[in-house]
Design a protein around this ligand. Sequence first.
Ligand code: NAP
Length: 353
Amino acid sequence: MKTQYSVGILGATGAVGQKFIRLLENHPWFTIKALGASERSAGKTYAEAANWIEAVPCPGTIKNMTVAACDPEFFKGIDFVFSGLDSSVATEVEGAFAAAGIPVISNAKNYRTGKYVPLLVPEVNPDHIHSIKQQTYDPSGKGFIVTNPNCVTVPLVMALKPLQEAFGINYVILTSMQAVSGAGYPGVPSLDIMGNIVPFISGEEPKIASEPLKLLGELQSDGTVKDASFPVQATAVRVPVLEGHLLSVSVSLKNKPASIEEVEAVWNNWKNPLAELNLPFAPEKPIVVTKEDRYPQPRLHSYDENGMRTTIGRARLTTITDLSFVALAHNTVRGAAGGAILNAELLVKEGYL
Ligand code: NAP
């Protein structure tokens, strides 16, 4: 198995792009060899172009690299690219890279609903990866697009997958309390969010309602996915937290659990399909259930297992739905850059890269 890859980052100067740079610094398989951003940044060194917002220093090897425009011409010799591109340009740019034979592992929403584009959380739907075979972006078959979902959807489907398997799901209602880093840089104006809560995030609720259904759907023999059929109703709220989205979730289940211990056992005993694969970014325990009433909290638990874990807490049987709980995951790690890196690692293992 080839394990040394030259990778590029599209949208390298943004919040997600910076997280890619931070997370890939010591990656055993992937080395950053090219950086792309807008015409505003192209031609500058990375240190000049990016307003570094990570709490660790920018790697020295990256600081002096010249940022290129996001044109496949400038990415020759790159094995694949990670994309943290703004959605206003992702359709055109990611499509051009795939057509040029450069695989794209994307965070943007643009291709998530594509008929043969895997929307992937490796622990939840690893088999969906094989939809790639039906893609026609690149006639040679080398270029393809794989996406990861919205940052709220990740902890949601991590928590729902075991419940779906064990009990079946009738419907889901949730409120997501979302960190400001989810809005990118510079993001939400400080006068809106300091000491405040904003009960609306443009475009977010429809994504939270639809993406879990593709992720929890079934891969068909023609490479399409038959969506799961239960409704998801979401209220997305921006809160003055830097990193980590906390979800308050209520679920109606087809088969009723006898006790909360039964539900917790389902989560605790769930068989992680990545357990034997030795992927560098795979968390040892992708779901952890805490019994501490005050937990999980974004500031304390977002970076558990390098930000790749989903923590479930406050689980209780309830009277109107059957079950309520909270779930927390790091939005720019598990919900964006780290999730995309894990997707790439699974693509390597499955022989697509
Ligand atoms: P961001 O901070 O605004 O960064 C956007 C990036 O896109 C920057 O590198 C920017 O480059 C680049 N860009 C903008 N216009 C461009 C153009 N015309 N051509 C080429 N590059 C261009 O946004 P973000 O929060 O990192 O999000 C990036 C993507 O990931 C979005 O699609 C977002 O929806 C998705 N996502 C974000 C999160 C999160 O938690 N933040 C989670 C999941 C998914 P310049 O600096 O040169 O302008």
